[in-house]
Ligand binder design. Structure first.
Ligand SMILES: Nc1ncnc2c1ncn2[C@@H]1O[C@H](COP(=O)(O)OP(=O)(O)OP(=O)(O)O)[C@@H](O)[C@H]1O
Length: 236
């Protein structure tokens, strides 16, 4: 699904979190929102998801005005930093959770859960409980749960931040492969340039609620638009 963010602004009290943000995200792309803490990345993601209402501007999903649409009507899968799995449910039950509401035939549900577990390389863990898994495995369960609903957009807010460096690296390449396989439009938030560089086809750099530069890692490092970009990317 393509996304068009048109002139989105948002304040919390007197604090301007997003300031006339314009961004076009092509169907099937993998985009990283990058910027320092407090630059508005998570708020932009939450506005996209429908979890936060913008003060002004519009969100278009596949050419349709979705600004007033609720989260459940947007066909969006969302994964937060702290993968809150249900501890009393098995891995399979966690993945199937969203499907329960959809009233899907139980055989079909089972099939979809098994396919997802396979895709996430978690086949062996269907009957395990979250506390029997590593952090990386748990995060893959959270992704499987988000994908079970067959969303048209996947939004990831610092999905690997809580994991150690080695697992983070593994999950990055795994996410890249996953995206290659299923090519669902994916937007992820990170404050880590190397993560954005490694994963994103396109990086959107934010500072103080404004987009400063958009481009591939190569374009950003070859042609930084100003000293903020140069400093943030550590180019000097
Ligand atoms: N619900 C809220 N009420 C008041 N202020 C908020 C709220 N949500 C976010 N903010 C403020 O808005 C600013 C931007 O927050 P946001 O989480 O979007 O930034 P971020 O770039 O994702 O930062 P981080 O990397 O630290 O998560 C921060 O200063 C934050 O304190």
């Amino acid at each position: 699904m393509s996304i068009l963010i048109e002139n989105i602004s948002k304040r919390f009290g007197s604090f301007q979190v997003l300031d006339r943000v314009n961004l076009e995200i092509k169907n099937g792309s993998l985009v990283g929102l990058l910027g320092p803490s407090g630059s508005g990345k998570s708020t932009l993601l939450r506005v996209l998801a429908g979890l936060e209402k913008p003060d002004s501007g519009r969100i278009w999903l596949e050419g349709q005005d979705a600004t007033q649409m609720k989260l459940q009507d947007r066909e969006i899968g969302f994964v937060f930093q702290n993968y809150a799995l249900f501890p009393h449910l098995t891995v399979s039950e966690n993945v199937a959770f969203g499907l329960e509401i959809q009233k899907i035939d139980s055989l079909l549900k089972k099939k979809r859960v098994n396919e997802l577990l396979k895709l996430m390389q978690l086949e062996k863990f269907g009957d395990s409980y979250p506390n029997q898994l590593s952090g990386g495995q748990r995060q893959r369960v959270a992704l499987a749960r988000a994908l079970a609903m067959e969303p048209k957009v996947l939004l990831l807010d610092e999905p690997f931040a809580a994991l150690d460096a080695k697992i983070r690296k593994q999950l990055r390449s795994w996410l890249r492969e996953l995206h290659h396989k299923i090519s669902v439009t994916t937007v992820f938030v990170t404050h880590d340039y190397s993560e954005a560089m490694e994963l994103a086809q396109e990086i959107v750099l934010l500072e103080n609620g404004k987009i400063i530069q958009i481009g591939s890692a190569q374009e950003l490092s070859d042609h930084p638009t100003n000293t903020f970009v140069t400093n943030f990317l550590g180019l000097k």
